[in-house]
Design a protein around this ligand. Sequence first.
Ligand code: CP
Length: 298
Amino acid sequence: MSGLLTIAELSRDRMEHLLAAARAYAGGRGRRHPEALVALAFFEESLRTRVGFDAAAARLGARTTTIDALKHTAAMGQPETLEDTLRSVEAWCDVVCLRHPDREAMARAIAATSAPVVNCGNGHDEHPTQALLDLLTIEAELGRIDGIRLALVGDLHASRCARSLALALAQFSDVTIRCIHPPGLEPADDVLAALAAGRGHRVEHRTVMDVDGCDAVYVAGLPADTRAGTLTVQQQTALHVTVDVARRLRDGGIVMCPLPRVDEIDRAVDEMPAAAYFRNGPLALAMRMAVLDAVLSR
Ligand code: CP
C-alpha cells in the first residue's frame, strides 16, 4: 500500500485484507519492521491517533520521530509550509502519519513528497484509519459487518469520523444507516450517494434520538456551533446517549465513539456491556499496526 489518504481508495477486498492483518496482530502474529522510521506529523491536537501510531510503530519494532507542530504556527513569525517540511524529512522517513486542520492537506502532501502518507484526519474531510478500526470493532463486537443497522449521531456534515465510516460501510452489503442529526447537519451529498449506490443499503433520517432496532449507535459529536448555527443546550442534550437510550439497542448492541467526548455519552453508560469505546483499545492498536505494515511492506 503506497499510503492511505481516503477510505474510498480501498476496495472491499483491501479492507478485508487489513481486517485480517489486524486480527492476526491482535493474536500476536504478523510482520515486524525493526529498520523503519515513522514520522508523526500532527498539526492539530490528537491523543488516540498520535499515541496509537507511536505505540503501533513500537510494537512493530520501528522507531518514530515527531515533527513539532509549533514550528508551523504564526507564533514563530515565519511559519514553514507543509510542503517544505515534508520535502525536508522525506529522505529520512519511511512513512508520514499526518493530521492537519486543512482538508486540502493530503492533496498538498502527496503533491510535495514522495514519502508515503497516512491520513490521520484532515479537517472535516476524512479519518480513514479511524474508519478501519471502527469496522474491526463492529466485526469483533457484532460478528459481522454486512447487514448491520447503525445509528450515526451528531454533526454528520462536519464529522470526518462519521464520513469515513459511512463511506467504508458503503462497500459492504445490506447496511442500514440511520442518520440522527439536528436539521441541516445531514451527511454530505456524496456520502448519501455512495450509500444509495451500495448493495441493499437503506438510509434513514431522524432528528430525535431513536435507536430502536439498531445494532450499534456511533456517537460522532455535536459541537455547540455548527454550520447550521448555534445549537441550544436542549438540541445538544436531546442527542446524548443515556442508559435508557443504550437499552433501546437490540440485544448485544453496542455504543461506539471515536472520542474524545464532552458529554455526548453519559458516564453511567461506561459501565454497561454495550460500551465499546474503551474496550476497543487493543483493536485500535492492531489496526494501526496493520496499516503501518501494509505501507512499510510495499
Ligand atoms: N479518534 C480520534 O481521532 O481521537 P484523537 O483526536 O485523540 O486522535
